[in-house]
Write a protein that binds this ligand. Structure first.
Ligand code: ADP
Ligand code: MG
Length: 342
């Protein structure tokens, strides 16, 4: 199925709102007024901490949760007025591993293909299972599959009708490093072949590695939407850790300037934060040397999404990242799970 117009967003929501009725407590407004626009052909990340409203949004798109107000379109098809076209345009990989234990992967795929009315001769059951490394498990009961295999089967199942838009809700939550990498590779392959990917995640590393564009959601509100590189550049901040050959008595003169913030971390270690667009790193190193210190080690770190998230959600709202030792009130995103802390 093709989009009515190549510029039509793959996914678009307008003032989308969801209020869950409270059972024991007050009603919960899970989505406040969400405007989102996903470019066709992109890998788009919806990044936010647990409880932010990611699954609610995805489940509305999937037709599993009924919105309270606002609208949503998939490739221009309204999820309510053009429900059939909208459902055909997307493949959804849910967060929960909801598979019938007594079906084999082959049966799961065939049932799903039947559900979407894919003619037998057009079915790609084994091709998709093979691509996800499940070909040798095609005929075993789903209940005997490992968690990682079930996750892959959910991805396979979402692809039976070759949807132009694939939506994955926390595709790598709780999966091991190896599977995560292979799922990422497979998502990239799908995207290279023209599929638009919308994924939700609370892992910063996943958003950074996978996504062309990111929307950050917190408490049911989109607080930023931009290209990944623009988001990362938004906070003009870099850190330099400098180790020197002798104990530092006082901060070298010259480690100052607009936006420069230096501190002595340990007797022989300096931490300098600076805005790279205004202050040259060479200038800072010169200042250290001028103070008679010999630099024995140096490492730098760019701003990461966590700092951006914290800056965007911090009450001060001055747009500057708090210090690392600060007490960010909303630091509940998960940091990289593979990179060691710098
Ligand atoms: N069926 C439901 N009934 C009531 N509240 C819900 C329901 N589903 C989710 N919520 C609440 O809505 C908020 C958003 O949840 P969810 O969309 O699952 O967030 P996320 O996927 O980002 O973790 C949370 O506060 C959650 O407790
Ligand atoms: Mg969720």
């Amino acid at each position: 199925m093709t989009a009515p117009n190549p510029d039509t967003p793959a996914v678009e929501t307008t003032a989308l709102r969801k209020i869950y009725p409270g059972i024991d407590g007050p009603p919960k407004e899970a989505l406040k007024s969400v405007d989102l626009s996903v470019k066709p052909g992109s890998v788009f990340g919806l990044l936010g901490p647990n409880g932010a409203g990611k699954s609610t949004l995805i489940n509305i798109l999937a037709g599993l949760v009924v919105k309270t107000s606002g609208s949503a379109r998939i490739l221009g098809w309204d999820i309510e007025k053009n429900m059939r076209q909208a459902r055909t345009a997307i493949g959804i990989v849910p967060q929960e591993l909801n598979l019938d234990a007594f079906f084999s992967p082959r049966e799961v795929m065939e049932l799903q293909a039947g559900f979407y009315g894919v003619p037998k001769r057009e079915r790609r059951t084994m091709e998709i299972l093979t691509a996800l490394g499940l070909d040798d498990k095609a005929d075993v009961y789903a209940r005997s599959l490992s968690g990682g295999m079930r996750r892959r089967l959910l991805v396979a199942k979402a692809l039976v009708h070759s949807p132009p838009v694939v939506i994955l809700d926390e595709p790598t939550a709780g999966v091991d490093v190896e599977l995560r990498q292979s799922l990422w590779d497979y998502m990239k392959e799908l995207n290279d072949a023209g599929t638009t990917i919308l994924l939700t995640t609370h892992y910063l590393e996943e958003a950074e590695e996978m996504c062309d564009e990111i929307a950050i959601i917190n408490h049911g509100e989109i607080i930023a939407q931009d290209t990944t590189s623009a988001l990362l550049a938004r906070l003009d901040r870099k850190e330099a850790h400098i180790t020197v050959d002798r104990d530092i008595n006082s901060l070298p003169e010259g480690l100052s300037g607009p936006g420069v913030d230096a501190e002595i971390r340990s007797p022989r270690e300096l931490l300098i934060r600076f805005p790279p667009s205004q202050v040259h790193m060479g200038t800072l190193l010169d200042a250290v040397k001028k103070a008679g210190l010999e630099i024995s080690d140096l490492s730098t770190r760019d701003t990461d999404l966590e700092e951006i998230f914290v800056a965007l959600t911090s009450s001060s709202g001055d747009g500057l990242p708090p210090t690392r030792s600060g007490d960010p009130q909303a630091g509940t995103l998960e940091k990289s799970r593979t990179r060691p802390d710098p």
